[in-house]
Structure formats: C-alpha cells, structure tokens
Design a protein around this ligand. Sequence first.
Ligand SMILES: Nc1nc2c(c(=O)[nH]1)N[C@H]1C(S)=C(S)[C@@H](COP(=O)(O)OP(=O)(O)OC[C@H]3O[C@@H](n4cnc5c(N)ncnc54)[C@H](O)[C@@H]3O)O[C@H]1N2
Ligand code: MOO
Length: 407
Amino acid sequence: MATTMQNTLDILYGLNLKINYEILPIENSLDRVCAEDIYAKSFLPKFNNSAMDGYALIYEDKDNELKVIDTILAGDNNNKLLEKNSCIKIMTGAKIPENATAIIPKEETIELNDNKIKILKNIKKFQHIRYIGEDIQKNEILIKKGENVNFSKITLLSSQGISHIKVFKKPKVIVFASGEELKLHYEKIEDYQIYNSNTPTFVARTKELGCQVNFIGQAQDNVESIKELIQNSLDADLIITSGGVSVGDADFTKESFLQLNFETIINGIDIKPGKPTIFGKINDTFILNLPGNPLAASLIFELFGKIIVQKLLGATNFYHNFIYGKLKENFTTKKGKTTIIPGFFDGEYFEISEKRSAGMVSTLSSCNSMLVLNSDVENLKKDNLVKILPIDWKFFTDIKKDFLTNE
Ligand SMILES: Nc1nc2c(c(=O)[nH]1)N[C@H]1C(S)=C(S)[C@@H](COP(=O)(O)OP(=O)(O)OC[C@H]3O[C@@H](n4cnc5c(N)ncnc54)[C@H](O)[C@@H]3O)O[C@H]1N2
Ligand code: MOO
C-alpha cells in the first residue's frame, strides 16, 4: 500500500545513519559537513587594538595639547604606557597602550610644533578601540557537528589558526536506469528509442548536492542484467535507479531488488506525480527507485531524495524549508491527491509551470522551485500566499532590480 507524503517524510527525517568521517585541511573541507563541534581556541581580537590610523590617548586629556611619545605599528609588541597629556601614534590593528581610553583618527588632529598634536573634534570615551573578545570569545562554539562548511566557516577556522577538521565522508552514490528503449546520450539511437536523460540528471544532481557519484552504465530490461548492476553497487551508500517500477510487462527493477534481499521501506507514495516510487535497502545500501517518467522522477527526488542525501551528508538541517510568495495566476486542480507543482519564483510571485506532464523533460530547466498542494486543494486564487520549496536557489535574476530597503 502506498505511504502518505507525511509518513514518507517522517520515515526519511527519522533515518538513523552512521556516517564515517575523515580529517581534511580546511581548504579542502568546503561544502562538506562538519563531523565535530569546533570551539574557539582564543579570543578575537586577542588584544585591545586600534580601529583607525591615528593616536591613542587618555580620554580626559582630549582638550589639551598632546605630546607624541612613541609609535606603535600593527604587529609590534610595544608595552609603553601613556603619560598625562601624551599620546602614542598608532596604526589600524596595532595593540593599544594598556591605559589608552580613546583613539583619535589622524585626520581629526593637527600637528603642532615640538612633536605635539591637538584634537579638532569632539570625541567619545573608548572610541575606535576594538576590544579583546568582542568578535569571538575563547571556547565559544564556532561550528556545530552537522553544519555545512562554507566560506564563512572557513573565515572562522582560519581566524583561529585551525588547519584541519573532521568532516563526514562524501556519500557514495551510484545511479543507473533500466529500460530496453533507453540509450545513453553518447550512443546512436533509432527513431523508436529514447535517450536516457534520468541517469545523467541524477548523476549531476547528486554531485551538485555534495555526493561522490559513480556511473556504471545501464541495465537491460531483464532481471539478470539489473541484478548485475545492483551487485556491482552494493558498496554505495545510495543507489538511485529510475524506471521499471510500475506494472508494465518489462518492469523488472522491483523483482531484481527483491531477489537480492531488498528490505522495502516505502512501496509507493500517495502523491502525484511519482506514485510508483520505491525506497528500501540491501544491507547498508539505501535504494531509491524513482519512476521512469523524467519530471516525476526529478520532483520526487527534490521532495524526498534530497532528504536522504542531506542525511547521508551528515547534515542536521534536513527538514524542508519554504518561503512565502504570491501566486501569479488563479489555479484549479482536481482534488484527492497530494500534488507537486513545479514553477518559477521571481522573488514576489510564483508562476506555475504550464508543462507539468510527468513524462516531460523540459519543465525543470525553466523552474526554480515547487509547491506541494494538499489533497483537498481545488482552487487557488491569484495573490494567495503559497509556501515555496526551493529547487535551484542561487538567487540571482536576469532582470536588474533595486534591492535597497527604505524606511
Ligand atoms: N497501468 C499502469 N500504468 C502505469 C502506471 C500505473 O499505475 N498503472 N503508473 C504510471 C506512472 S504514474 C508512472 S510514473 C510510470 C512509471 O513507470 P516506470 O517507473 O515503470 O517507468 P518506465 O515504464 O520504465 O518508463 C516510464 C516512462 O519514462 C521514460 N523513461 C524511463 N526511464 C527513463 C530514463 N532513464 N530517461 C528518460 N526517460 C525515461 C520511459 O521511456 C517511459 O516513457 O508508469 C505509468 N504507467
Ligand atoms: O506518477 Mo507518474 O510518476 O505520473 O508519472
């Protein structure tokens, strides 16, 4: 019996996986998931320092002529103290004298004779001083186990002199398809044959999502051929196949997996498109059998497969998130089934794709997101707020927009 969408999500959200880690230099850990909690080794700044090129002084002396008694450059270990009515010339980033209580930028002073300066502007106590620990406190958590390592985490790590971290190993994914009518894109085809677009699609998609992906060719539509590919893939964390899961005379995928002790976790999902989806495992290898229809396969992967990948990556943020947008046009559908609707979100409006037939291949190249409609939805009105799930979320546009926020 088919599993509801909600139960399918809960099963996937609840998958309990043991994922192995490796230790990498931080330069090579980009887009990996951190496998340990990482704490700050020291305060940042490590010492009180100047935010400006100028002079360090004792605030109370601000109205007097100040004698310049020394110069401190960034990187100097100069422990000289200020005396009454003195100042020390200081550079941005340099350690300030222990008794300094303000920094005056150079351009807000005039140089007098006798190596003296005078302050030209009002100043505030403690101005332009960057205090120890105001950026990062010693022992503060920098990256939590399960968080993605992106450029900003590299900033944290390098600022702390952390050179190597534990990250989860990239999930190993193997993708193949079955179907006598299918040929790979580098093969010659007859007019009655079809290019296999699903395999390259999921090789690309899982690579984009951070997996290590292997391509092992394509099965013929018979049990022995499919079994050979499966047996060759059981060192993977996840096998993704498409096609051959329905009830047709040449649908052998299910049978082949069952002969290899496939443990079924989900056998059909109550959703449109993509109902014939199967999910299960053989030993420690998860297997996602997507429907052959290309759009159905991709939408099911975006809604469910991506959660499996997030979990295999070791990420703790594996729940779907959404943003609200307005529906661009009125929309009517047949109720009774949870439905995945692809479309394009321009930052304000979600426009439902007109091409939504499960067998299409062209739809997603002009979509960046999707809606999931509850089974009781029949009519959605223009301007209704809808919950939009991103697919492709590098959020740029080909239209020049004013993005400034005004009061
Ligand atoms: N009598 C029924 N027929 C069908 C049902 C049903 O419930 N009863 N379900 C339909 C639904 S829904 C779907 S989805 C498909 C699922 O079929 P399969 O997963 O068995 O896939 P195939 O039959 O092999 O192929 C379906 C379709 O997709 C094309 N295809 C397959 N693989 C690829 C690929 N790698 N790249 C590009 N295109 C592919 C294939 O040529 C077919 O057109 O079953 C319905 N039928
Ligand atoms: O559900 Mo099928 O997945 O319509 O193509």
